[in-house]
Ligand binder design. Structure first.
Ligand code: SAM
Ligand code: SF4
Ligand code: F3S
Length: 443
């Protein structure tokens, strides 16, 4: 048997890319590729890329520049570009970067084995189709073997919302939900492989809908209820959701399903109605705040998170202050804020940009407010008992790190056997980016 070839995948962007990278590795395992975390020993390097902001997309071309040096020294090295930059700029990559052998979009990577064979035959190949049908069905079952205790599972892909700033509807295509039975089957396989926490993924994960057992149509709330019945699966999370797709059943699930963790990422982008309209978000700030009230009524201890875009074209000082007011009204446990980045092909790209220094100052103020809130929520955990799923050893001897129900990193002193355990922990201290705690007796 020939020695396995080594595959190194570098993943940029969102969790869906992390999931796709795993699936690409599994697909290529069948072709004799074994993954490595050492780029220098790789026979194939795949960059799984993100196009959402200019900086993310630029990284790919600078990384390709560095890889050219590697390939000059090792001419047999294969280089591939996958993901959203591949989808958006595939032809340009092939044209601009002769070092690249293969370009594959996020909807067509199930064809990687054929593409790799063509590259072995001396071709340069590009596939950025949006083939009809379920790409996951074409990928087949997940690889066996033991897994880390927390895993991602993509249940929905694509986006039909067309926010004026966003490339995702163009790079990922139309909204598609995977069938409930397939999702449940994959979740069961993950649990059998040692997974105890699953994060359901989708660009608009709460737009998921499908046929449940008995033939009824259901949404994400129903899917979560079905997954919660899997023995051995202890925690369920989902991301990213859109405010307009938070239906009653999903809100109710936050109160009813003990396995659904009390943390929700629900991006609002701005607190000003005129800006939200210009962004084509199709909801107001008031609608969002009422939604948060209903979610908190279902699950009072829920920790909330959001995304914000600062300096969207036309955003006035007063409109930015409305965003600050919304943040104060909600009280977030975490949030991401981004400087607006014009993306080619999106409606907002042709609108006039704000001066960079105005945007920088707003971003600084928003981030300071979010950091203050995040720290307050983290500090409020001290003295409480929380569940923690332990994933890896910490930096100090005898130390373990895991994620709390509320998604905070928690350090404890514990035995080597802690990996993969879900334990009750009393939180004793709050540091800059993590909590410290002590293990309570196992039940
Ligand atoms: N579907 C999700 C939603 O509706 O919130 C997330 C999509 S996007 C992958 C993640 C975040 O990137 C968005 O919530 C938005 O804040 C940010 N983003 C998208 N396009 C952007 C742009 N052109 N400039 C700056 N930030 C952007
Ligand atoms: Fe992008 Fe808007 Fe779709 Fe989210 S809902 S992926 S921000 S277009
Ligand atoms: Fe980036 Fe594509 Fe995800 S653009 S954020 S990798 S969907």
């Amino acid at each position: 048997m020939p020695a396995p070839r080594k595959l190194f995948i570098k993943t940029y962007g969102c969790q869906m890319n992390v999931y796709d990278s795993e699936r690409m590795a599994e697909t290529l395992a069948a072709e004799g590729y074994e993954t490595t975390d050492r780029q220098d020993e790789a026979d194939m390097i795949l960059l799984n890329t993100c196009h959402v902001r200019e900086k993310a997309a630029e990284k790919v071309f600078s990384e390709l520049g560095r890889l050219k040096v590697l390939k000059d020294a090792k001419p047999d090295l294969r280089i591939g570009v996958a993901g959203c930059v591949a989808q958006a700029e595939g032809a340009e990559i092939i044209h601009r970067a002769p070092v690249v052998d293969l370009v594959v979009g996020p909807q067509s990577y199930f064809r990687l084995p054929d593409m790799v064979r063509a590259v072995d035959g001396g071709a340069r190949v590009i596939d950025t189709d949006f083939p009809a049908g379920d790409k996951f069905a074409a990928l087949g079952a997940r690889r066996g073997g033991r897994r880390a205790p927390a895993a991602f599972l993509t249940v929905q892909e694509g986006c039909d919302k067309f926010c004026a700033f966003c490339v995702v509807p163009y790079t990922r295509g139309a909204e598609v939900s995977r069938p409930a039975a397939k999702v449940i089957e994959e979740a069961r396989a993950l649990v059998e492989a040692g997974v105890r926490e699953i994060t359901l993924l989708g660009q608009n994960v709460n737009a998921w809908h499908g046929e449940m057992a008995g033939g009824r149509e259901g949404g994400l709330g129903e899917l979560i209820a079905a997954l919660a019945r899997i023995d051995g699966l202890d925690r369920i999370r989902y991301t990213t959701s859109h405010p307009n797709d938070m239906d009653d059943a999903l809100i109710a699930a936050h109160g009813a399903e003990a396995k659904l963790m009390p943390y929700l990422h629900l991006p609002v982008q701005s607190g000003a109605d005129r800006v939200l309209k210009a962004m084509n978000r199709k909801h107001t700030a008031e609608h969002y705040l009422r939604l948060i009230e209903r979610i908190r009524a279902a699950r009072p201890d829920i920790v909330l998170s959001s995304d914000f875009i600062v300096g969207f074209p036309g955003e006035t000082d007063a409109e930015f202050e409305a965003t600050m007011d919304l943040v104060r009204a909600v009280g977030y446990g975490s949030a991401y804020s981004f400087r607006y980045s014009p993306r080619p092909g999106t409606p907002a790209a042709s609108r006039e940009e704000l001066p960079a220094e105005v945007v920088a100052e707003r971003l600084y103020r928003l981030q300071a407010l979010i950091d203050e809130q995040a720290r307050a929520v983290q500090d409020s955990m001290v003295g409480r008992e929380v569940g923690v799923l332990f994933e890896r050893p910490g930096r100090l001897p005898g130390q373990w790190v895991g994620k709390s129900d509320y998604l905070h990193a928690v350090h404890v002193e514990g035995p080597d056997s802690l990996k993969g355990d879900l334990r009750r922990v009393r939180i004793t201290a709050s540091a800059a980016h993590s909590l410290a705690g002590e293990l309570l007796a196992a039940a």
